[in-house]
Design a protein around this ligand. Sequence first.
Ligand code: VGL
Ligand code: ZN
Length: 226
Amino acid sequence: MHGAYDPATALLVVDVQNDFADPAGGLAVRGGEAIVPYVNGEIAAATEAGALVVYTQDWHPASTPHFAKDGGIWPVHCVGGTWGAELHPALSGDAGPAVRKGANGEDGYSGFTMRDPTTGTTMPTELDGLLRARGIRRVVVCGLATDYCVKATALDAVADGYATEVLLAGIRAVDLAPGDGERALLEMAEAGVALLGEAAEGPDEGADEATAGAADADALDAGSDE
Ligand code: VGL
Ligand code: ZN
């Protein structure tokens, strides 16, 4: 299913970068690559309807307290300018502007805000200004990862007053602890985020989605129509 797009809506494509989406990436999300065709469909639908498409990119320096080697929790990923930080090559990646977060060592997961790791101060990225300048009132969110950047971006969007929707078929979780993805969905729903569509069954699937609607009863109906 598609989000409903119009010129007052933005599709936010969160961190569909090699390090998350490619199985060989530094912080590969299980099934991350499987969302790309679906996300491309959303990008096409959004573009056609005159909606803005914005890509976010995790964009870290080589050393940052975000990384385990520097005192944080994550393996090295999305170092600015490297292969891992590039948008996945199969993604339709040129439908709109990109917002890069963390370039100065800021921490945090949201596309809207960054946190200075030394002072703890939270500062905005250019995303909110970009949306306001276009009169955007509603955002549709997809990408990686459900339990980090998708969640943080969607929660900030709601807090900033945007009608906020997340496309379940277009997200995947890191699931550092089992259930993190599910808990993230609950947290988003409780905050007022609308969760749209259905998640694919397994982390790596997407192909089965096309057949999921052809349940027995529907198949009978379809047969009698023709
Ligand atoms: C993310 C973990 C670390 C994300 C970014 O894009 O969800 N997750 N950095
Ligand atoms: Zn990161």
